[in-house]
Structure formats: structure tokens, C-alpha cells
Design a protein around this ligand. Structure first.
Ligand SMILES: C[S@@+](CC[C@H](N)C(=O)[O-])C[C@H]1O[C@@H](n2cnc3c(N)ncnc32)[C@H](O)[C@@H]1O
Length: 206
């Protein structure tokens, strides 16, 4: 059994689906401490990137795959005031609720159609979520289809996501057909304690 491997040792081996949900349910109470020990940097980087592009930080922001709410906390600290969250794991959502920064939290699977109307959110985030075993690459097009014109999508790809032509290809699809404009892209620290990096992107819907 895996008992001497940490959650972080195992998270990049996940297959999508029930296994991922159960894994995060089990990780929910120790997630914040474990990622903090490794210097989890992407939420603050994504929040700063979005803050640099957003015109109205009081407009609704949807944090997809919000987990325990570390991403929501970072957006809140960067000045965003109307933040909703979704996640696959009810236990991760319970931790997020306790952070007190979300207006509304909903349990949803990003493998299913997105459960909100087109235009409902002018800003959407996915921090640490677009990676193998987690949200599918098709999420990129699904999110862009739901944004209003001029809406912003901030997201990260870690080294595993960046190595997958599936994820990077879906970003290029948006840019190549001029459906979106790339406002921001920066490579930097993700979990420096384990040598993992990420790229933060901000896409604007044309
Ligand atoms: C690495 S955590 C990131 C959480 C948070 N955004 C953060 O930055 O700390 C990934 C989250 O994505 C969620 N997740 C994974 N696959 C998902 C899916 N298909 N649909 C919705 N959420 C998913 C997990 O439950 C987990 O909470």
C-alpha cells in the first residue's frame, strides 16, 4: 500500500473520475498544510495576474476546482469581492466554506457540462485544476464558450499539463482562430519544495 507516500507524492498518478473525488475527500483536511510546506505559489500568482487585467474586481468571479479555497483566498486578498466556487469533492468544499471568502459553493464535475448560464461570470479561474487526472482539456473551450465577450479566464498549467499537447493544444485552438487573446503568460514557481513549476495564463474572450 501507499501509506508512506504523501498525498502530493500520489496526486500526479490519478486517473480521472471517482478515484480523484475520493482522493481529494481524503486529502481535504491536510491539503493546506502539505502544499504550504512545499511553498504553493500558483494561487497568489494567478490572483495577481487577474488583478492586473480586471476592470471591476467586484464583478462575479467563478473559481473552478476551488478545492479547500486557497485560490479563493488569494483572489480575495487581491481585491476580488464576489467569488463563487465549484469542486468535485464535497470534503474539499467543506474546507473552502470555512475560509469565508466564497459567496456560493457548488459540487460539480468538470467532466460534465458547466452548470451555469453563458455570460453569468465575466471572470473564471481554474488554479491547479487543468492537469491529467483532474479537469479535462475540453474545459478550456467550455469556459471560453460561457464567458461574455471581453470576459477573462485565468488558469494555470503545471509541468504535467504543459507536457500534454492536449492541454496546450486547446489553448492554441482558442488563439489560432482569434476566439481569444492572450493577455498574460508567465512561467514560475508552483510547488518549489518538490521542484514543480507552472505557467499562469490570462485569456480574454474576443
Ligand atoms: C490541486 S487542487 C487545486 C485546488 C485550488 N484551486 C487550489 O489552488 O488550491 C485540484 C482540485 O481540483 C478538483 N478537481 C479535480 N478534478 C476535477 C473535476 N473533474 N471537476 C471538478 N473539480 C475537480 C479537486 O477535487 C481539487 O480540489
Amino acid at each position: 500500500m501507499d501509506s508512506d507516500r504523501t498525498f502530493l507524492d500520489r496526486v500526479y498518478d490519478l486517473e480521472p473520475g471517482e478515484q480523484t473525488r475520493g482522493f481529494y475527500d481524503d486529502w481535504s483536511r491536510s491539503y493546506d498544510d502539505e502544499v504550504a510546506r512545499q511553498g504553493y505559489a500558483t494561487p497568489a500568482r494567478a490572483a495577481a495576474a487577474l488583478a492586473g487585467q480586471a476592470r471591476d474586481k467586484s464583478a462575479p468571479l467563478l473559481d473552478l476546482g476551488c478545492g479547500t479555497g486557497l485560490s479563493g483566498q488569494a483572489f480575495h486578498a487581491a481585491g476580488f469581492t464576489t467569488i463563487d466556487g465549484t469542486d468535485l469533492s464535497a470534503e474539499m468544499l467543506a474546507q473552502a466554506r470555512a475560509k469565508g471568502v466564497y459567496r456560493q459553493l457548488t459540487q460539480t464535475d468538470l467532466d460534465d457540462p458547466l452548470p451555469f448560464a453563458a455570460g453569468a461570470y465575466p471572470m473564471i479561474a481554474a488554479v491547479g485544476v487543468l492537469t491529467p487526472g483532474h479537469a479535462p482539456a475540453a474545459t478550456v473551450a467550455a469556459v471560453m464558450a460561457r464567458l461574455p465577450r471581453g470576459g477573462l479566464f485565468v488558469f494555470s498549467l503545471n509541468d504535467h499539463g504543459l507536457a500534454s499537447a492536449d492541454y496546450t493544444g486547446r489553448i492554441n485552438d482558442q488563439l489560432d482562430c482569434c476566439a481569444a487573446q492572450l493577455l498574460f503568460r508567465e512561467h514560475g514557481a508552483h510547488l518549489p519544495g518538490i521542484g514543480m513549476e507552472s505557467t499562469v495564463f490570462v485569456l480574454k474572450k474576443a
